[in-house]
Design a protein around this ligand. Sequence first.
Ligand code: NAD
Length: 440
Amino acid sequence: MKKSDTYTQLKKRIISKQAVVAVIGLGYVGLPMAVQFARKGFSVIGIDTSKKRVTRLKKGISYIGDVDDKDISEAVASKRFTVTTSAKPLSGCDVVIICVPTPLNRALKPDISYILSASKILKQNSRAGQLVILESTTYPGTTRDIIMPVLAGREGKAGKDFFLAFSPERIDPGNPRYDFSNIPKLVGGITEKCTCLAKTLYEMVTEKAIGLSSPESAEVTKLLENSFRIVNIGLINEFAHLCHKLGIDVWEVVEAAKTKPFGFMPFYPGPGVGGHCIPADPMYLSWKARKVGFETRMIDLAARVNINAPKHVVERISDLLKEQNKKIKGSNILLLGASYKENINDLRESPALDVIKLLDGKKAAWSYCDSFIPYLDICGIRAKSKTLSKSLVKKQDLVVILTGHSGVDYEMVAANAKLIFDTRNVAGKKGIKGENIVKL
Ligand SMILES: NC(=O)c1ccc[n+]([C@@H]2O[C@H](COP(=O)([O-])OP(=O)(O)OC[C@H]3O[C@@H](n4cnc5c(N)ncnc54)[C@H](O)[C@@H]3O)[C@@H](O)[C@H]2O)c1
């Protein structure tokens, strides 16, 4: 009987869930995905360079809001999920999924050093016949130009001896409705067989997987999604600024525009954009665009507007205090919320950090409350989150709502604060009214 080829063998192993899946990078993206593969019956090896994270996972403790301790302990107890800092087990895996960070460097250019270090461990530990999938958000060409040469050097030809694809992660941490299991998964392989294998894999653990013609299409699709967000957030932040000058309530305007059943999608203003994705990903695209002599003017302009949003917030704070015959210098200013969005513990690129730095530079007596962020290392100090109480609120010259976490007693804040500057319209959304509340 003829021995089946590498592709057919791997496809069979995936469909029968015999395939062993390695996930490199167990963060906001990698950890929920690894747990989902284990839950669906695959053996999963999670590899992370952080000893601290691996130790916590071995004890059944999660550090990601979307994954419960119970999810981890169940996955570990089922013996389908093992975690390690060692890359050696990679050679025994059938599938390798890379979920390492892709930040910007100091010059605001793509920092693909984590992808390079993941490639290095792949080079040392991969074997022929594996399916490798890059999930980290990156500029078009990364899968083909960075990962493929590493594998091709050792394993032979893509689509025959090994399989390689890009599949963007589209999760929205903290979103109770959509998670890894029900957000359609896009895949673009180097060859049709690569796409087909990656699609088959994700179909085993998610509701829907869609094949694209190339890794580049999949890489750019993710960047289009995030560019769409950065541009629209930039537009609404600019609109908020304009509405303030015109004496119009921007929140009312967005709610009104939202009643149009087609052709409008609401975006909301705020103190700026944060997180690992929206501020960084479009910069990956504009960097790549410049390499081919193209200028991404919309993205660059929106990024500028958003970068200036914290400055605008501090200008408004200054104006509000002036109206009370006070200055920022020496005023007690309590900031509610520090993480970049509600109900998560992610502080990366949070606009709250820029607001704090600006206030600190103006010598404000600032403090903050955020049960998701127990402490902040900023402006040369370790600031601890205060416990929200009537007496704390009463002491403040101004309370600024920067992130609208649920579980905060905003009624109490509104009842006791001299003045509130609400950059997220939290009070409005909760129907809390008061002459002491000023919206962005
Ligand atoms: N966080 C999000 O909401 C989100 C959403 C969609 C896509 N993404 C993209 O997914 C990727 C991962 O983001 P994240 O938020 O999960 O990052 P993260 O920082 O939460 O996690 C990354 C993990 O990778 C580990 N790591 C770094 N280098 C490694 C290496 N060489 N080997 C093994 N482990 C390594 C880190 O220790 C960390 O635990 C990024 O490209 C990001 O843009 C993130």
